[in-house]
Design a protein around this ligand. Sequence first.
Ligand code: ADP
Ligand code: MG
Length: 250
Amino acid sequence: MVRARDIRKSFGNVEVLKGISLDINAGEVACLLGPSGSGKSTFLRCINHLEKIDGGQLWVQGERIGYRRSGNKLHELKEHETAKQRAHVGMVFQQFNLFPHRTALENVIEGPTVVQRIPKEQAIEEGRQLLARVGLADKANHYPGQLSGGQQQRVAIARSLALKPSVMLFDEPTSALDPELVGEVLDVMRSLADSGMTMIVVTHEMGFAKEVGNVVHFMADGQLVESGDPHQVLEDPREPRTQAFLSKVL
Ligand code: ADP
Ligand code: MG
């Protein structure tokens, strides 16, 4: 579903991604761990085409990110042509980024009606179903300011799903939440995983990584240090850098 080969990205003369290669299979939940500044967010943003890579190749569902095929030629996409490709990849951020002056339902239908030009009636119908799926059927007409952080994050998940992505990226989705609100968001993510969604999750929630994750990738200093079964990587890491990180966070 996602194939990354030797991904490189620099900001100025600082190389933040130093050749990341990994594969995410369809239906897999891959958890991405690593110290702050190791390049996790940048890597997700590259997959979603929010950052342009300096080297390497990225494919989502067999489609090369940033390129369009015509016949047997690859053409580089212009910036304004990347929106359609981006819609295949949903992204949920630490800060929920909802439109504050729109209701939960209006937030959810924004993408389908504006980007995908789906008829409003249909978008509303699907939007209500999505809000029900994240447990917020009764909050459709609430504004973000009237919702808890956990509820806002669930609206943000519903909003991403509204574009019918084939992959969902989560960048520390529970890090900004009060501890008692973390569980309700993880529950929604768990049910999404159970439904077969392909997910890449940057998280410090080791319990989630072990229970829901199929694979853990540990990143440090712009490199992929260790990948494997969540229990193996988290309980019996092979690499010194993984061991050092885990001894600090556990
Ligand atoms: P992580 O998510 O693992 O904490 P990031 O991907 O956010 O790491 O950041 C990796 C490194 O890239 C950090 O040193 C950060 O300061 C730097 N960085 C990220 N985005 C930018 C940017 N837009 N401009 C300059 N430096 C950036
Ligand atoms: Mg980050």
